[in-house]
Design a protein around this ligand. Structure first.
Ligand SMILES: [Zn+2]
Length: 412
């Protein structure tokens, strides 16, 4: 690829991020949930841009916008990301990966490739509207569960009704699936959403895998009482126990390589300044690229919560909310991606993804690979989210080399 073409393409990608970033449900911030009214304009623009890049494009039954380049064989490399957002979002999370895919397809479509290429803008990844994520990519990977159709959003509208109201046919969803026999590989470019690449002064990173996650709710219970009349030695206050636990969580994560552990929510009941709390509820989020390390860490932390409660004469109850195993990126395809990074004259940085991505739904079916673009300030899910134009240009060069390499590999 000639350098100035990548530069023009990077400018076009960023202009289009601005255009899509202006299409929102809310007047003064970006919020675009699954099949919300501004999605219609997003679909119209994406279909137009995909066709202009040489793809055959259509909207599928769950609202994914799909552009296809037919190769000699029907085996398909999927390059995708999502176009829904969280409330008060930035304009690059998801959208950037889709628009880069369209520019890469423009390069790939200059010849008829050996394998086929599909660029997909997934309709839903964030899980905002219906409270669970990956609706778009699940339909393509064949893991869409028809029982989800009865789930309701905050307005009481079922997923099924939301599809029908948008003009889509839920009965057609199975037809949106690419059979696993035809899935050659999945590739996603995404902003890092964290500060690691910036701290390494690196524009791009090759993702080693997506971390596994465990989420729990803990409740320490003691006895609510008057803050002025209950002497210190006669209290059963669960808040100091919770504080001790929070510090234990921090200590373990600081001393375990690659572990993140977070108490993001802490709720005291009744929650008044002059009342000793009777109950403290808190959340625990633990993530690691190794399931063994994650599960071992969780069990240590839960054990210490029981120990802390026992020592203080309190009760501790634990509810498990989520156990999601880590998803490794494919080793062979990742080394191919490393080759593309080196070909672009860049240093290779490898890092795990601490967040979930659509790539997870394809991992059981085909090799998945991800490329991260540096997030200035590590900021994401925020209007201040940004990218550097030169990083976008590098991602285009690396992405195009990688994708064309896979598409022309007749041995695959
Ligand atoms: Zn995203």
């Amino acid at each position: 690829m000639i350098h100035w073409e990548a530069r023009e393409a990077a400018k076009r990608v960023l202009e289009r991020c601005d255009l899509l970033g202006a299409l929102s449900e809310s007047p003064d911030s970006l919020c675009r949930t699954f099949l919300s009214p501004p999605m219609r304009e997003v679909h119209k623009l994406l279909l137009e841009w995909m066709r202009e890049a040489g793809l055959t494009a259509h909207l599928d039954a769950v609202g994914n916008v799909r552009g296809r380049l037919e190769g000699i064989r029907s085996s398909t490399l999927v390059v995708g990301s999502h176009v829904d957002t969280v409330p008060d979002a930035g304009k690059y999370d998801g959208v950037l990966g889709v628009l880069l895919g369209i520019e890469i397809a423009r390069v790939a479509s200059q010849t008829r490739p050996h394998h086929s290429l599909e660029i997909i803008a997934f309709s839903e990844e964030e899980g905002v509207r219906f409270g669970f994520p990956f609706i778009g990519s699940s339909a393509v990977s064949g893991s869409f569960d028809p029982a989800w159709l009865t789930k309701v959003d905050a307005a009481g509208i079922t997923l099924e009704k939301s599809l029908v109201q948008f003009g889509l046919d839920p009965l057609e969803i199975p037809g949106a699936c690419i059979p696993s026999s035809k899935l050659l590989s999945y590739f996603e470019i995404h902003i890092e959403q964290g500060p690691v690449l910036e701290s390494l002064d690196a524009p791009l990173g090759v993702v080693t895998g997506l971390v596994g996650q465990s989420r729990h709710t803990l409740e320490f219970s003691g006895r609510a009482a008057h803050a002025g009349t209950t002497p210190m030695n006669l209290r059963r206050d669960p808040l100091p126990a919770a504080a001790e636990f929070v510090l234990e969580v921090e200590r373990l994560a600081q001393n375990t390589e690659g572990l993140t552990a977070t108490v993001g929510r802490l709720e005291t009941v009744p929650g008044a300044g002059n009342v000793i709390a009777g109950i403290v509820k808190l959340s625990l989020d633990v993530r690691h690229a190794s399931d063994v390390v994650r599960l071992l860490s969780v069990s240590k932390l839960l054990e210490s919560s029981r120990h802390i409660a026992d020592t203080r004469g309190l009760k501790c109850s634990i509810i498990g909310n989520l156990e999601q195993n880590a998803v490794p990126c494919d080793l062979a395809q990742s080394s191919r991606l490393v080759g593309a990074v080196l070909h672009g004259g860049l240093t290779v940085h490898r890092l795990p993804s601490g967040a979930g991505h659509d790539a997870m739904t394809f991992a059981p079916l085909c090799p998945v690979t991800m490329l991260f673009i540096r997030s200035p300030g590590g900021i994401s899910h925020n209007p201040l989210e940004s990218v550097l134009e030169s990083d976008v240009e590098n991602a285009l060069e690396v992405g195009a080399t990688f994708v064309c390499d896979i598409l022309e590999d007749a041995s695959a």
